[in-house]
Write a protein that binds this ligand. Structure first.
Ligand code: MCN
Ligand code: CUM
Length: 798
């Protein structure tokens, strides 16, 4: 791999011109996308297909007294109106969530959040279905809702989940992690302690394509085929089979092109189940496609953590202990989409990039009358929240001690020679060189210059203040070792099935599913690298459970760490078999055959001219295979990673804060990332750009808000502010390379790093502009009014 400052490389990757590791191969999938030939769920049209529209509750908390679908049925073209009663007949009225809770598919007795699914209208076309939905009459007995997590825990709060036997309040779980006593001791003996309360607001992934499905029950084959917006087709097949009772081999889930997932398409939603149930009952294909507001108001949101962080340190700023207490709003059901064995995902990695002696975290999860969710949106299962907490706290500590925020990080980084490193909360970091990434970012950002400029502006009492924010984050991705992660008991391995054809090209089938990450390109690159094939000769297939090997899906930036490893191992298995075929073709002993990564050819040791390409070997495998070998050239690998991978980076943001308007302008945005060995630098760059835009969106714009009656007031694109090109500055990206020692190609994931790492850098920058006046925190989203209030409080507003 071409990298000037790359660390030790487990293998030499040089970009041999065949589109292997480290080459900027143009995305194979883009031809169909830019020529309008993508195939999304809503593009699928089947003969006799019906359309489903969901009737949703206008109330956040209400008892359903009666549902009358007769006026809807009177409409020409309406075929059926389904309610919970109809689903109960087929045992489909409820479905399990990924956190062992049970969610109504259609409301059985009580509505628990606004826009919850109450009934479904099935009609010949979408317009009629929508008209029909408006004619369904529902009588509600409206109840008092509670939307705030703190209020939900008060003694007089309405009990949302009264149908659960042992549920007398809105409390879901208490969970703690780390060593409480040891942490208390460290805090008691510390020179300095600081504390800060911060909210990570509720946001939503809001992918451009909303969720949807086309379900097709075939009564001739007793088979259910569901085309759906799924980040995890196989896991969804297993869950579908468990919920419906249809045997798993008679369920086929297909995830066609997906227009962005960002975690929103990990859970199963009632709409999918209703479409499948309707198809089963009516014996016709049924399509269900969400509208934008339905997507934002009812499907998996992200975050909603109220956190109080504390840090104990020496007077020199050496961090000794970290404490955090969290109140987590999970909405009306515990449906957070995360596979770890912990109720708060990987939040317990909150000691971040720092060598901390003792740490303790306590969390309380709460039901409220809001949509369920919590884990989505480039989050690595709550690492976003953990990174936000620690990177904000480091800034708070730096200001308290009047130490430069870059310097204080340097004093606390886990040193590069301490890896593998076990954190105070038990995580086993694979590799890292945090100081190197920070140094590179500081240099790229011209840090000293901006510090001078900042001072000058304060001295001159300038109208626009300068703030410099840093985040030196560590991510944890690649779920995961089966010991730490599973879905419905299925351990989190992943898979690859590689078949080389007689004419020398190949099909790679993988268990993960792209939603825009470019897997059709990068997975072909892994095979190109490992077999010496041209990348154009490899086609990658995914998303169809009838043909692909079982995999757990794409989320938590796990595709590269897990399925990427499986693809490399499968290719190496093929390479091993290819050697014996090469020996046969070259009339040499197998031990004398060597594979040369540079040329991609197999040759006889000491006789480089006696060589053979993979294309010739493929022909041999089918046409002239050695008697001792099975014909054919293919291999399968199921890979259970020994550990997670720990990508990291340092981001530096320089902002200008307008004391008159509270507006924040980005002056500079530097992102240095390290995801180990890099497969496709251009795709990585795209992932970073997109993720930084989403980090800016989080810090500056986005929030799903509710009023006291439980109405979603931030539930459409008029009120939920997505960033546009106008809000996004130019990014300067850089990288270092610290390979993962346990990954077959030394790669770590990268898809979530920019969204995980950037919000604290941005908030740190805005706080930094005011910290000389005593400001320690500004809440997200930092809209101009929020920033102006903070300026005003600090006596800086004009
Ligand atoms: N890559 C690489 N070299 C590496 C690491 C990754 O070239 N060392 C490439 C991979 O080959 C892949 C891409 O970068 O093409 C992202 O890889 P990875 O980090 O393994 O993440 P996943 O493929 O598992 O993608 C999931 C991640 C998550 S969890 C969210 S959320 C998110 C994200 O990806 N959703 C996305 N990025 C997204 N990008 C798009 N366009 N759409 C989404 O929905
Ligand atoms: Cu947490 S969002 Mo992604 O893991 O699909």
């Amino acid at each position: 791999q071409h990298d000037d400052d790359g660390g030790p490389q487990p293998e030499k990757h040089c970009g041999h011109g065949r589109g292997g590791m480290g080459e900027e191969v143009a995305r194979k999938e883009d031809k169909r996308f830019i020529t309008g030939r993508g195939n999304y769920v809503d593009d699928i049209k089947k003969p006799g297909m019906l359309h489903c529209e969901i009737v949703r509750s206008p109330h956040a908390h209400a008892r359903v007294e009666e549902i009358d679908g007769s006026r809807a049925m009177d409409l020409d073209g309406v075929v059926a109106v389904l309610t919970a009663d109809d689903l109960l007949e087929h045992d489909l009225a409820t479905m399990p969530t990924l956190m062992d809770d049970t969610q109504d598919v259609l409301v059985n007795e009580k509505v628990k959040f606004q826009s919850q699914e109450v009934a479904a209208v099935i009609a010949e076309d979408r317009y009629t279905a929508k008209d029909g939905a408006e004619k369904v009459e529902v009588d509600y007995e409206v109840l008092d809702p509670v939307v705030d997590a703190k209020e939900a825990l008060e003694a007089d709060a309405p009990v949302i989940r009264e149908e659960l036997d042992d549920q007398e309040d809105n409390h879901i779980f208490d969970w703690d992690t780390g060593d409480k006593e040891e942490t208390e001791r460290v805090f008691e003996e510390a020179d300095v302690t600081v504390e800060e309360q911060m909210e990570y607001q509720r946001i939503h992934p809001a992918p451009i394509e909303t969720c949807g499905a086309v379900a097709d029950w075939d009564p001739g084959k007793d088979k259910m085929t569901v085309h759906m917006t799924s980040q995890a087709p196989h896991a969804h097949r297993t869950l579908f089979s468990q919920v419906s009772g249809i045997p798993e081999h008679k369920v086929r889930i297909v995830s066609p092109d997906v227009g962005g997932g960002f975690g929103n398409k990990v859970p199963i939603y009632p709409g999918y189940v209703v479409a499948a149930a309707a198809s089963y009952v009516l014996e016709r294909p049924v399509k269900w496609i969400e509208e934008r507001s339905e997507n934002i108001q009812t499907t998996g949101f992200a975050r909603d953590y109220d956190m109080t962080g504390e840090v104990a340190a020496t007077e020199d700023g050496v961090i000794e202990g970290v404490k955090v207490d969290v109140l987590a709003n999970h909405g009306a059901y515990n449906a957070a989409a995360q596979p770890s064995k912990f109720p708060a995902g990987f939040f317990n990695i909150f000691t971040g990039s720092y060598d901390v002696e003792a740490a303790y975290g306590s969390l309380t999860g709460v039901y409220t009358n809001t949509a369920p969710g919590g884990v989505a949106y480039r989050c690595s299962f709550r690492v976003t929240e953990a990174v936000y907490l620690i990177e904000r706290m480091v800034k708070v500590l730096a200001d308290e001690l009047d130490v430069d925020p870059a310097e204080i990080r340097r004093r606390n980084f886990i040193p590069s020679d301490a890896f593998p490193y076990e954190s105070a909360t038990g995580w086993n970091y694979d590799s890292g060189d945090y100081e190197k990434a920070l140094d590179k970012a500081l240099e790229m950002a011209d840090y000293e210059h901006y510090r001078e400029e900042q001072k000058r502006r304060i001295e001159e009492d300038a109208d626009k203040l300068l703030g410099i924010g840093i985040s030196s984050f560590t991510e944890i991705v690649g779920a995961g070792p089966g010991k730490q992660c599973d879905i419905a008991g299925i351990e989190m391995f992943d898979s690859a099935d590689l078949r080389v054809n007689p004419t020398g090209n190949a099909v790679l089938r993988i268990g993960v599913q792209t939603q825009g990450q470019g897997h059709e390109t990068t997975f072909a690159q892994i095979v190109a690298e490992e077999l010496g094939m041209d990348v154009d000769n490899i086609v990658v297939e995914h998303g169809d459970t009838d043909t692909e090997p079982y995999g757990l899906g794409t989320y938590g930036s796990r595709s590269t760490p897990v399925a990427g490893a499986a693809a490399a191992v499968a290719a190496r298995k093929v390479r091993d078999k290819a050697k014996s075929i090469a020996a046969n073709e070259l009339e040499a002993a197998e031990e004398d055959i060597e594979w040369d990564r540079e040329s991609g050819e197999f040759h006889v040791v000491g006789a480089p001219d006696r060589s053979i390409t993979i294309t010739e070997i493929a022909a041999g495998a089918y046409m002239n295979h050695p008697g001792s070998e099975e014909p054919g050239l293919e291999a399968v690998n199921y890979y259970d990673p020994p550990e997670m991978t720990y990508p990291f980076g340092s981001y530096i943001v320089v902002v200008e804060v307008d004391r008159e308007t509270g507006e924040v302008d980005f002056e500079k945005f530097v992102a240095v990332d390290d995801c180990g060995n890099r497969i496709n630098p251009m795709i990585i760059e795209g992932q970073i750009h997109g993720g930084l835009a989403q980090g800016i969106a989080t810090a500056m714009l986005e929030e799903v808000t509710y009023d006291d009656n439980g109405n979603v007031t931030g539930g459409d694109f008029m009120n939920y502010l997505l960033p546009t090109a106008h809000e996004i500055p130019e990014f300067e990206t850089g990288h270092t390379v610290t390979p993962s020692p346990h990954h077959p190609i030394g790669a770590k994931g990268v898809g979530e790093s920019p969204t995980v790492g950037s919000p604290p850098a941005i908030v740190n920058a805005v706080v930094d502009a005011m910290s000389h006046a005593g400001t320690t925190h500004v809440e997200m989203p930092m809209t101009p009014d929020v920033v102006w209030e903070a300026l005003d409080e600090a006596g800086l507003a004009l």
